[in-house]
Ligand binder design. Sequence first.
Ligand code: FUC
Length: 750
Amino acid sequence: MKVPVIFLFALGLMSSLPVTALPPTLWYEEPAKAWMTQALPIGNGRMGAMIFGGVDQERIQFNVDSLWTGNEGDTGMYQNFGELVIDFAGSTGEVSGYRRELDISKAVHSVSYSRNGVKFTREAFASYPDGVVAIRLTAAKPGGLSGTMHLVDAHNAASEAKGGTLRVSGTLDNGLKYEAQARVVAKGGAVSAKDGAIEFSGVTELVIFLAADTDYSPKRGDKWRGVDPGGRLTKLLDAAAAKPFDALLAAHVADYQKIFNRVTLDLGATAPAVAAKPTNERLKAVTAGGADPEFEALLFQYARYLLISSSRAGTLPANLQGVWNNWNKPPWRSDYHSNINFQMNYWPAEVAGLADLHVPMFDYIDSQKEVYREKTKAEYGNVRGWTVRTENGIFGAGSFIWNPPGSAWYARHYWEHYAFGRDKAFLKERAYPTLKEACEFWEDRLIKRPDGTLVTPVGWSPEHGPKEEAVSYDVEIVRDLFTNYIDAADALGVDRSYRDKIAAMRDQLLKPKIGKWGQLQEWETDRDDPKDTHRHVSHLYALYPANQISPVSTPDLAKAARTSLEARGDEGTGWSKAWKIAYWARLLDGDRSYRLLRTLMKIVESDSMTMNMLGGGLYPNLFDAHPPFQIDGNFGVAAGMAEMLLQSHDRTNKPQFGADVTYEINLLPALPSAWKSGSVTGLRARGGFTVNISWRDGKLAEALIHSDKGGRAKVRYGTRAVDLTLNPGQTVKVGGGLNILPAPALPPTR
Ligand code: FUC
């Protein structure tokens, strides 16, 4: 049956997605030459791949999240896995109409071009439901595809070919077994195996499935080893090859969109002439100061795309490079860095509708705890609990300096998962024990001064200044931990006496100090240098991600935080700029957040691996440039942008045993003048709320607020606020004047 075009158009209008001319896409008019700056990422959490899109040769570099060197005594490094290389033969002549693109509304990469009048296309995606990377190549002329393909192993095992299957396998020095298999299914023509490669000739459509894995087990009890991957991979490929490609594609798109479509963002329309440019050209125009609100929305959604592609149920969490890595000695091991980077990866998870993707972080931390406990005891003597070093691998080992408040900062993430989602079972079974154990560590570590003040023992404000007692970074994180613990005990109504003890200790913690130039002190001694532009701004942890400083409830501290932030300046690495977007949003200065966002949207074309502590920006493939590539900046930007549109960290009730915290839902707290009119749907607020907001001419038009489980909140817009009490599943409409109206229920977003 033919569906009238007009009907499809009407469907488009009715859908909850904003109707824009084009889906959110990164696209280019040339193949990628450089892995780090130009190739485009796909991933299904466990596997990542970077696609080059070359005409004579296609390179698909790929990774598996658990391909790590190291062991319990050695942090190790995240490894490159290898490449699938396809060399095309028999097609020569001029290429026209070349385009490669990554459609992040579907998580599908494609390449198309014409050569000698024949159109060639390629599609590739990493399927979570089917566990494979799937690639389809077509030629518009029957039999138009010929060439060879082989696997390259980054650890030098030879590519084997048999029938339609390629295979590499090996064992790392630490005994970890790994294997990759690629299966070829051809329509027309001939396929044969020869010398470790597969030859194809006269093929019209070629489908390739790629699967790879290791025998890593996240269980220490299994000595970190599970089953050999080979049999599992063969099964995955058999199953994929038995399905029509279009069915795999449809299952992938449905699985991806179930998550991706929870949040939409419209920051206004870009001028059509600008919107028509390829992504690298658009980024250049943005760098030069041009307006491009759709590009800003794309950057937000790209972060969500990257988290969906690198952190799915049952996989390891996103590391310093997500899951994408081209080196066997990557920068900073491509590790789990505990003094900002790992946590920043997960800042957008809750607020940007990706709460389920937060769970791999908890699974990973829980899997490492037993080793952490032993190592913590070895370092700190007879203490309870555990903490981490700065660099961390996947077998419990760490390196570089100890980061004493690391576990307390991790515990904040468990608490936030509860605060946003209100999953009592998660709170009881996973968050509460983690929070309590971190409290015990600090109970055993804190120093009581003669006047009763509690301070943290010798620590370091990452990553500069003296190592001494009571650095603000340590004290603020401990205060945050104690607060989160008390709120957790209250929500569960458990451990009353321990809860009261922690509450008393919190009151004795050293208070934040304002120094001689009005700054928030980074150390107990008033020695902050107003000329210090260090990328870490750790002493403002209290402002974000924690909620100890607010322009409304602690105006003096907020002013001091602002003074410190002014002095640090707007430059820095990618993640440093991203953090500052969120800081300014918490200070309710949307224009300043926006300015930071724009300093980060600066094209970095060099693929130099040399660190540049003042060089934060974006590569043409929109990977965050630390530089070099480090994915935390991508995730931090999305968290900061969300913070500009919606905040929910201010509590409205006093702690009360047996009761949950209630929060203020602050609509458009830091809307910049550049985002004149727009809308966002599906953001999450603490307390179990979903919030849609639209605004016109810089003013709130309306908001829809949906409560998952019922409960109270205060809704704020500017200086005005109203109280709300919602039933489970109830949605209300909040007008621009904060008038409350009934509204039909929003669709579920989690
Ligand atoms: C911290 C930062 C660096 C880098 C590294 C991975 O040590 O100071 O800038 O981000 O983590």
